[in-house]
Design a protein around this ligand. Structure first.
Ligand SMILES: [Zn+2]
Ligand SMILES: [Zn+2]
Length: 191
């Protein structure tokens, strides 16, 4: 029988990875409740994992329960489900970004009547005021992309701007909303 890995060995294997908050608390307590059998057992009774973010954690089920656990979908089915949900999500995000793009475009047309300096200040205030990411829809978007044709009075002067998370730029670039070679900037620079 394969010798099971201790917490100490796991720590030595991944020295640069942190433990999740809940795993830290479980280590301090020295015990953890199994989500399947409901028994509270020594933390050494649980398998060890890395989360997708490379943080160390304990399995939700104790080792005996993990060993008897049979997933009701095959690995292939699960991979297929993951792919589907990714594309569904991806399409939704692309649609959201396009809607933001076009609504910005309409607002910018109305802005044309004002002076360049006024239009620019107004646009920057809007960028700073928007916390929601145009790509994923979640709050905390600290970056923006803007295409300015300075000195040009065409109606596309500030037509293209998006507020987004740093990580969401890749999705925006994938969807061709931002050119691959362009850089996004921190909203802070506008303050
Ligand atoms: Zn159990
Ligand atoms: Zn985002």
């Amino acid at each position: 029988m394969k010798k099971r890995q201790t917490i100490e060995e796991f720590d030595r294997r991944f020295p640069s990875c942190r433990w999740t908050k809940s795993a830290q608390a479980e280590r301090t307590a020295g015990v953890k409740r199994c989500r399947k059998c409901g028994k509270t057992k020594d933390v050494e009774e649980f398998y060890l994992f890395l989360t997708p973010q490379k943080a160390k954690r304990f399995a939700s089920y104790c080792r005996p329960c993990s060993n008897t656990y049979k997933p009701n979908t095959t690995t292939e089915q699960r991979a297929e489900n993951d792919r589907r949900s990714y594309y569904k999500h991806h399409e939704k995000n692309k649609a959201r970004a396009r809607a933001a793009w076009y609504s910005n475009h309409e607002e910018n047309k109305a802005r044309q009547r004002k002076s360049y300096a006024e239009r620019k200040a107004e646009n920057e205030a809007e960028i700073l005021a928007q916390d929601e990411c145009d790509i994923c829809g979640k709050p905390g978007a600290a970056y923006f992309y803007r295409c300015i044709n300075a000195g040009n009075t065409q109606d596309n002067e500030f037509a293209f701007w998006l507020v987004l998370h740093h990580v969401c730029q890749f999705e925006a670039k994938d969807a061709r909303l931002i050119p691959w070679t362009s850089r996004i900037r921190k909203k802070e620079v506008l303050k």
